[in-house]
Write a protein that binds this ligand. Structure first.
Ligand code: 8YV
Length: 328
């Protein structure tokens, strides 16, 4: 089949240059309204498409995949995380799944670092106060936060983004600690001055800031549950730019309200776009609307990766960013 005739259905609006190129290369159907597709619309899309370009807002589970037409051979996710796709079912049905790793690493690490800076230094409270015109003048005990230099940062998930966070944090004088399925290569550890903790529980009890940078998988669902949050120091902070599901959001809200931990910076939520109402309005919590990778440059590069994955597939090659399911 020539690449020109491949039927591509794109579930959300993508940056203009990406949509333009997809149109040039393939028989592409775009989502002009940018409304996320519901289960019926996704079912219809997988029936008609050769390639589905999906995003984090599409729940592509076994029920949707069961409706896939014979022609659906590739799901090219616009995004690094693929927890919205039942990859195992897809692969069992002969559908390749690809994602866009690497191009959103620095952008996501920047937002993580921004939260690591902003929460302990109470920037949100300062901004709110200025917006309300409540700055009455400097005082020695006014708006005191916590110093970063010399503190311990515990990174959960030392993949590309975790390492990029560690590089930034190192420059701010933080000591780098991490928990991962296995230690990273010795030279990476040495460059980052990073300490590996096999036991997440033990690491949590000793950290001043904990940053979640691991993917959401069955193994990481509610990894930070009530028991583990309880292990943390009362003056510790949590930052999450990975996936909301890694933290038990209700338990986190309870811990924050009870001052069992000192604050949190969250870019992702368990039931997006819903946010646990108990988290809203807490002075020591900064909430962002899943914008970790939201840069013009990054989103275009993500689109380019999607196109490269489709093009290599269309040309009869193995797409570079194939996702391999953990267990087949
Ligand atoms: C993306 C993300 O923007 O790539 C990811 O996994 O979480 C986001 O930052 C989003 O997934 C787009 O589909």
């Amino acid at each position: 089949m020539s690449a020109k005739r491949l039927k591509i259905i794109v579930t959300r609006r993508l940056p203009d240059p990406v949509e333009l190129r997809l149109k040039e290369l393939f028989d592409t159907e775009l989502n002009q309204t940018d409304e996320p597709m519901d289960a019926n619309q996704l079912g219809e899309a997988v029936k008609r498409a050769d390639v589905l370009v999906s995003t984090v807002t599409d729940q592509i589970d076994g029920r949707i995949l069961a409706q896939a037409g014979e022609d659906l051979k590739l799901i090219a996710q616009f995004g690094a995380g693929i927890d919205n796709i039942d990859v195992q079912s897809a692969v069992q049905r002969g559908i390749t799944v690809t994602n866009t790793p690497g191009v959103l690493t620095d952008d996501t690490a920047d937002v993580t670092m921004a939260l690591i800076l902003a929460v302990p230094r109470r920037l949100n409270e300062g901004i709110q106060l200025m917006l309300k015109g409540e700055f009455d003048g400097w005082a020695p005990t006014w708006m005191m936060g916590r110093r970063l230099t010399g503190k311990r940062l515990g990174i959960i998930g030392m993949g590309r983004i975790g390492q990029a966070v560690a590089r930034r944090a190192q420059a701010f004088g933080l000591q780098i600690h991490y928990h991962n399925r296995k230690p990273v290569a010795r030279h990476i550890e040495e460059n980052l001055g990073a300490t590996y903790w096999d036991s997440l529980d033990q690491m949590l009890a000793r950290m001043d800031i904990v940053s979640v940078n691991c993917p959401h998988t069955p193994a990481t669902f509610h990894l930070l549950n009530a028991r583990r949050i309880d292990l943390m120091k009362p003056e510790a902070f949590i930052v999450n730019t990975a996936r909301g599901e890694v933290i038990d959001e209700a338990a986190l809200a309870r811990a924050l309200k009870a001052e069992k931990i000192a604050g949190a910076g969250l870019d992702v939520f368990e039931r997006e776009p819903k946010v646990n109402p108990d988290l809203v309005g807490l002075p020591n919590v900064i909430l962002l609307p899943h914008m970790g990778s939201a840069t013009f440059e990054g989103r275009v590069e993500m689109g380019e990766k999607v196109i490269i994955n489709i093009k290599t597939y269309a040309d009869g090659h193995r797409p570079p960013d194939r996702v391999i399911p953990a267990i087949l």
